[in-house]
Ligand binder design. Structure first.
Ligand code: MN3
Length: 202
């Protein structure tokens, strides 16, 4: 059984004008699909074949199998990214997650400032994440394909800061792309579900 390339959870033009259909045609249809295709080619006939994606990520990391790890982690990170955005995004977190945000960051503005700084300061390609640790929430950034799944924390939300995620819409302005994500796209409902289930499903 191969790893499935999943469809977007919304129509391809529904994040416009913040993320264009053209960006998603490339980012989802080309970049994300290529990671899944390369992973399936790499694992065919190996001990990885038939395992769930998260198990492949951990096993490839433990085994220092860089090519399998990079493609598996990118396949997972991108699937998680699509759920971290919503055509009805923005707004405020609710329920227990809202309380945890207040406890850790003071208020939503505190979260926003810290997340934006992490996303801006990630040099080159990588990701910014809101994660749940045993002692509360945290914001982390990871480089290239690195993923919280191998660091013992639960991802709640992510933003891809690789240039391919924003260059068609924002050229070199990562700053404006991060603002659009935080103000218009961020999917607090998905984050709340991940927080309450203590697991990040994609
Ligand atoms: Mn990407």
């Amino acid at each position: 059984m191969s790893i499935e390339f999943t469809e977007l959870p919304y129509s391809i033009d529904s994040l416009e004008p913040h993320v264009s259909a053209k960006t998603l045609q490339f980012h989802h249809g080309k970049h994300h699909k290529a990671y899944v295709d390369k992973l399936n080619t790499a694992i065919a006939g190996t001990a990885y074949e038939g395992k769930p994606l998260d198990a492949i990520i951990v096993a490839a990391h433990d085994g220092a199998d860089t090519s399998v790890f990079n493609n598996a982690a990118q396949a997972w990170n991108h699937a998680f990214l699509w759920h971290s955005m919503s055509p009805n995004g923005g707004g405020k977190p609710t329920g227990p997650l809202a309380d945890a945000i207040t406890q850790r960051f003071g208020d939503l503005a505190g979260f926003r400032a810290e997340f934006k700084t992490a996303a801006l300061r990630q040099f080159g390609s990588g990701w910014a994440w809101l994660v749940r640790k045993p002692d509360g929430l945290n914001i982390v950034s990871t480089g290239n394909a690195d993923t919280p799944l191998i660091h013992g924390v639960t991802p709640l939300l992510t933003l891809d800061v690789w240039e391919h995620a924003y260059y068609l819409d924002y050229q070199n302005s990562r700053d404006a792309y991060i603002d659009a994500y935080l103000d218009k796209l961020i999917n607090w409902d998905c984050a709340a579900q991940n927080y309450e289930s203590d697991g990040a499903a994609v």
